[in-house]
Structures are given as structure tokens and as C-alpha cells.
Design a protein around this ligand. Structure first.
Ligand code: TRP
Length: 329
């Protein structure tokens, strides 16, 4: 059976892109593979070392995962720092991670440029900790976007190197996984590119109906089709793409036909999109609020998740220590 692992840094609220691009697929995948979903709070510290925000951010993401349908009785849902074994594995892996390869990592160079006053060692070792997250459970499938491709490549380099140095066949070569046919990419409402927090073009799962309507009505469009069957411009295609996830197929077809015949009215299109987004995510928003106020439930979920993850981690560390020659007297 596949072992799937996915991590998310708790740095803010989740948006439509996170939901349709990942979370929704997780709720299905949890029944088809052994799934580990964790909140990467150690990783968040490399860029967001703010003690007043960290816990709330974790609580938000946790509630959002649960509200979206991740079932803690089926998958293992945990917080990274509740499983400190990962730090030991990270340290051990770092003995075979070379400074040059870490310095050359695109994400490191990018972060070093963005936060020149805080080029910390955690940033440099980010890929080692991420490899440790993955190898801790010997996961073979890791659902991540393209931006994480290099981190996955390094994970395989570290795994292979470990196997070669110690003459074992212990760590798998973890592959990035993009859901194949079911991959959904939600574009932003600003006319180009994907929905993303740093792009400032997001509809969040916790946005109120009013906020959703406002954001959608401000979506970038074009000046309208000028002749029948003209090619669809990028901003309009983006709106149609979001509709594929939230609207009935007949609704989408209706607007596509109106576009083709040059009769489309963008005001109507946006109104429809806003209402369909609201209908598809407002039940989740309500569950988020419920779960967030249920301290006891969150406590239970987190404790159970940590226990399950630690069990898997302990078994890996036991074997890694043995392979590396770390023995007790
Ligand atoms: N680096 C990932 C991101 O920024 C988060 C992450 C940390 C992760 N550890 C992981 C993702 C392990 C997958 C597996 O999106």
C-alpha cells in the first residue's frame, strides 16, 4: 500500500486553491493509501518566528483540515513539533547533506533574498528537515506542487545517499504526486496565475458571503468578445476554470455559449460564480467555526495523531540508529 505524506506550513488561512487543489483529494485518498497529514510548524519558524501567531495558525489549519473532511480516525493527522523524532532524523540526515547542495536550492536563495536580515540555518537546512518529514514514515508519495519539486529531488538524493553509504535498501525514493486526472488548479481572480496567499488574490474558506461577493465582483475580466466563437481570454478562462469546481456543468455551459455568441454579461457571470462559491464552501466554513470552538475535540485529535505518528517515527529511528551504529550500552 502506498504511504502518502503531506505537510503544510501554518502561516495563514486556507483558500479555495488549497481546498480544491489538495484537501478535497485528501479526503478521498485517505481511504486508498496510508496517509499522514501534518502541520509543519518547525518549517514555519524559518520565515514566521512569531510566538503570538503560531498557535492560532496551527489551530486554524487543523480545524480547516477536519472541516474539509480529513478523518483523524482514518488518516494520521498531527503537528510536526508533537513528533520531535523528526528533529533527530533531520540531524542524522544532515551529516550526509552537503553545504553546496543546500546553498544551491532555489527556495533558499529566494528566501535569503526576501529576508536578508534573517538568513538563518533553519532556512538552509529546510530541505533536510523536509526530507526527514517524509522519510520518517518512509512515504513513497508526496502530494506537492511544482514549487516543491526540488525539495523532493533532494529528499531522493538524501535517501539514495543514505542507502549507498550504509549499504542498505532502507529509504524509498519518494515521488511527488499530483493527483493525475483529478488535479485541479484554481487560478486567482486577478486575471492571471494561480490562487495564492502571497499573490493576494484568494477567496478563503472562512470568508463571509459578503466578502466572497465583493472579491468575485472585483475579478478581472476583459472588454468582452467582439466576434462569435472568438478564443477565450485568460481572465475569463480563469473564471470558467473556477466554475468547473463549484458550478453545475449546465451553468458553465450556459455562460460558455453566451460567450461564444457574444451575449455574455460579465456582471451575471460573476454573480453566478459568487453564489456557487458560497454554496460550495459555506458548509465548510460553518464546520470550521464549530470545530474551532471545540477545544476538547481538537485536543483529542492532536493527541491521537501525535501518538500514531510517534509510533511510526520510533520504528524508523530505531532502525536508522542501528544502521548508523548508534547503540546503547
Ligand atoms: N515545504 C512545504 C511547503 O512549503 C511544506 C512541507 C514541509 C512539506 N515538510 C513537508 C510538504 C513534507 C510535503 C512533505 O509547501
Amino acid at each position: 500500500m502506498d504511504i502518502v505524506l503531506s505537510g503544510i506550513r501554518p502561516t495563514g488561512q486556507l483558500h479555495l486553491g488549497n481546498y480544491f487543489g489538495a484537501l478535497k483529494n485528501f479526503t478521498k485518498m485517505q481511504h486508498e493509501a496510508r496517509c499522514f497529514f501534518f502541520i509543519a510548524d518547525y518549517h514555519a519558524l524559518t520565515t514566521h518566528p512569531d510566538p503570538t501567531m503560531l498557535h492560532d495558525n496551527i489551530r486554524n489549519v487543523l480545524s480547516e483540515y477536519l472541516a474539509a473532511g480529513v478523518d483523524p480516525n482514518v488518516a494520521t493527522l498531527y503537528i510536526q513539533s508533537d513528533v520531535p523524532q523528526v528533529t533527530e532524523l533531520s540531524l542524522l540526515l544532515s551529516m550526509h547533506a552537503y553545504l553546496g547542495e543546500l546553498e544551491r536550492t532555489a527556495s533558499f536563495k529566494d528566501k535569503a533574498r526576501k529576508q536578508p536580515n534573517n538568513v538563518n540555518a533553519g532556512l538552509l537546512c529546510y530541505p533536510v528537515l523536509m526530507a526527514a518529514d517524509i522519510l520518517l514514515h518512509r512515504a513513497n508519495k508526496v502530494p506537492v506542487g511544482k514549487d516543491q519539486g526540488q525539495h523532493l529531488e533532494l529528499t531522493r538524493v538524501f535517501a539514495r545517499r543514505f542507502n549507498t553509504i550504509y549499504g542498505v535498501d532502507f529509504f524509498p525514493e519518494s515521488q511527488a504526486y499530483n493527483f493525475g486526472e483529478e488535479l485541479v488548479k484554481i487560478p486567482g481572480l486577478d486575471g492571471s496565475g494561480k490562487m495564492g496567499k502571497s499573490e493576494g488574490n484568494c477567496v478563503y474558506l472562512v470568508d463571509s458571503d459578503e466578502v466572497i461577493r465583493k472579491k468575485v465582483m472585483k475579478a478581472v475580466t476583459d472588454s468582452g468578445p467582439t466576434e462569435p466563437n472568438s478564443p477565450i481570454s485568460e481572465p475569463i478562462q480563469n473564471i470558467f476554470t473556477i466554475m468547473e469546481s463549484v458550478s453545475a456543468p449546465s451553468t458553465l455551459q450556459y455562460f460558455k455559449d453566451k460567450y461564444a455568441s457574444c451575449e455574455i454579461r460579465y456582471g451575471d457571470l460573476k454573480k453566478q460564480l459568487a453564489e456557487d462559491i458560497i454554496a460550495s464552501i459555506s458548509p465548510i466554513r460553518e464546520r470550521i467555526a464549530e470545530i474551532q470552538s471545540n477545544e476538547k475535540y481538537l485536543h483529542e485529535v492532536v493527541c491521537d495523531g501525535a501518538a500514531k505518528a510517534r509510533q511510526s517515527a520510533d520504528e524508523t529511528l530505531r532502525q536508522v540508529r542501528e544502521i548508523m551504529g548508534i547503540k546503547h550500552f
